[in-house]
Design a protein around this ligand. Structure first.
Ligand SMILES: Nc1ncnc2c1ncn2[C@@H]1O[C@H](COP(=O)(O)OP(=O)(O)O)[C@@H](O)[C@H]1O
Ligand SMILES: [Mg+2]
Length: 301
């Protein structure tokens, strides 16, 4: 009997899993700030997943000994002091106390910060405060925290509150990538356009804009739904990236506290986060062409 060789799917690896493309080279450092155009669009989910993806990429370029001795190289800062949920998403404890948030900015440096960022998972250190501490927050201290985080960590991801706070423009201006997260609905795109216009005087002089990431995207949205082409019409620019509607894995992850990246590495949402991380790395490398990426740096050392 002639045995036919089973046709192999080039998109799958030897174990039948989807083969992953080589990720884009990781810049030596990145600061990414995410702000939701409207509530519940998935900003915190994306911030957590992006931070974990950057941590995995950063871990790949280090030896096992370096990984054990260096500690986390990625920080996730939850700047939503009123209703932030990064700690819940990652099943970690808040690390900042109201006293920390009210400290004089001059007292915050990289060594103080490394003590504050003692909760970590998957190579991501969390900086977050218990909900309801917003009245204690000094805007200068928040910016000092961010400054110290960029010195203490290679990659920083910031989950900003939807409401504009006194520090919001400075945080977005200081980031390498500033992302407004919006759903494909008229109210959400309207708020994204408003945020882009509000930030134009701050980011415009630096040749930058608030980039839009479409969340909960459904390819077949049904009657009355918008599609990605409408983003160009509404905002005058295409979406920077899009994340699919993928409720089951996200629900499972947030309710179990296990990162999606390890819980459901093959789900559509994780692939889209990897693509977002790639787009981000390439955009940062393009903006800072003279800077070496991580593997290049290490092979030169
Ligand atoms: N891409 C997605 N597909 C389906 N559900 C999502 C997606 N992103 C987030 N969610 C769910 O939406 C809810 C709000 O998400 P969250 O990240 O807290 O939003 P935000 O920070 O914008 O308020 C959560 O229940 C989360 O699991
Ligand atoms: Mg949130």
């Amino acid at each position: 009997m002639v045995k036919f060789k089973r046709k192999t799917d080039p998109r799958k690896d030897g174990m039948g899993r989807k083969a992953r493309r080589e990720p884009a080279p990781l810049p030596a450092s990145t600061v990414t700030a995410l702000v939701g155009a409207t509530g519940g669009v998935g900003t915190t989910s994306a911030a957590c997943a992006l931070a974990l993806s950057l941590a995995v990429r950063s871990g790949r370029s280090r030896t096992q000994l370096q990984r054990m001795t260096d500690g986390p190289r990625v920080a996730l800062i939850d700047m939503d002091f009123q209703t932030g949920a990064c700690a819940h998403h990652l099943d970690l404890l808040p690390t900042l106390s109201p006293d920390d948030l009210a400290r004089p900015a001059s007292q915050i440096d990289a060594s103080v910060l490394s003590v504050m960022a003692h909760q970590a998972i998957g190579g991501v250190a969390l900086l977050s405060a218990p909900n309801g501490t917003e009245s204690a927050v000094s805007p200068r201290t928040v910016l000092a925290l961010l400054d110290a985080a960029t010195q203490a960590f290679d990659h920083v991801v910031i989950d900003l509150p939807r409401r504009f706070e006194p520090w919001t423009p400075a945080v977005l201006a200081g980031a390498d990538a500033s992302l407004v997260m919006a759903e494909l609905t008229v109210p959400s795109l309207h708020m994204a356009r408003l945020r882009r216009a509000q930030l134009a005087p701050v980011l415009g002089p630096m040749g930058r804009a608030l980039d839009t990431v479409i969340t909960k995207h459904e390819r077949r949205g049904g009657r009355g739904s918008l599609d990605l082409k409408d983003v160009q019409t509404a905002l005058g620019e295409p979406a920077f990236a899009s994340l699919p509607m993928d409720p089951d894995p996200l629900r499972e992850s947030v309710n179990s506290g296990e990162p999606l990246l390890s819980l459901r590495p093959d789900c559509r949402y994780v692939s889209a986060i990897e693509q977002l991380a790639d787009t981000l790395c390439l955009a940062v490398a393009e903006a800072r062409p003279d800077e070496a990426t991580e593997p290049e740096q290490r092979s030169a050392a």
